[in-house]
Write a protein that binds this ligand. Structure first.
Ligand code: RB5
Length: 150
């Protein structure tokens, strides 16, 4: 089973708890970097921890949850080797893996109900990178990253 690093801010905390319970019940090893309550915190502090865990290989995949998923994805994508994608349905989550080889899923705790979010998580975890023509495209993203394009 893939090792999953997960983090959230206060707006994603409640949904994170649901997802952690689901992942553990499904047998995934989970590293939960917080936050651990409803007190207001800054999403970049959690995004960077999950992004580093994935980029260094300490985790295979990451899940980040804030109000919309957007702040988490913007932050996580600053880390080399990270392809973080916001998904609002199972199709987006599947395509994020199959076409974009995304390694972090970002969700909106103020956008999704728990049932929909768990469907999205399952779609993300069960999908695999399709390679082929998509490998060349992801390679172009990696080349931009290596070049430090401004
Ligand atoms: C917190 O209010 C909110 O801004 C944050 O959770 C997130 O949605 C940012 O992208």
């Amino acid at each position: 089973m893939e090792r999953i690093a997960i983090g959230a801010d206060h707006a994603g905390y409640a949904l994170k708890e649901e997802i952690v319970r689901f992942l553990q019940a499904s047998g995934y090893p989970v590293e939960d970097v917080g936050t651990h309550g409803e007190e207001s915190v800054d999403y970049p502090d959690y995004a960077i921890q999950v992004a580093r865990a994935v980029a260094t290989g300490q985790a295979d995949l990451g899940i980040l949850i804030c109000g919309t998923g957007i702040g988490m994805s913007i932050t996580a994508n600053k880390v080399k080797g990270i392809r973080a994608a916001v998904a609002t349905d199972g199709y987006m989550a599947r395509m994020a893996r199959e076409h974009n080889n995304a390694n972090i899923l970002c969700l909106g705790g103020r956008v999704l109900g728990a049932g929909s979010a768990l469907d999205i998580v399952q779609a993300f975890l069960q999908s695999r990178f399709a390679g082929g023509r998509h490998a060349g495209r992801v390679g172009k993203i990696q080349a931009l990253e290596q070049a430090g394009t401004t």
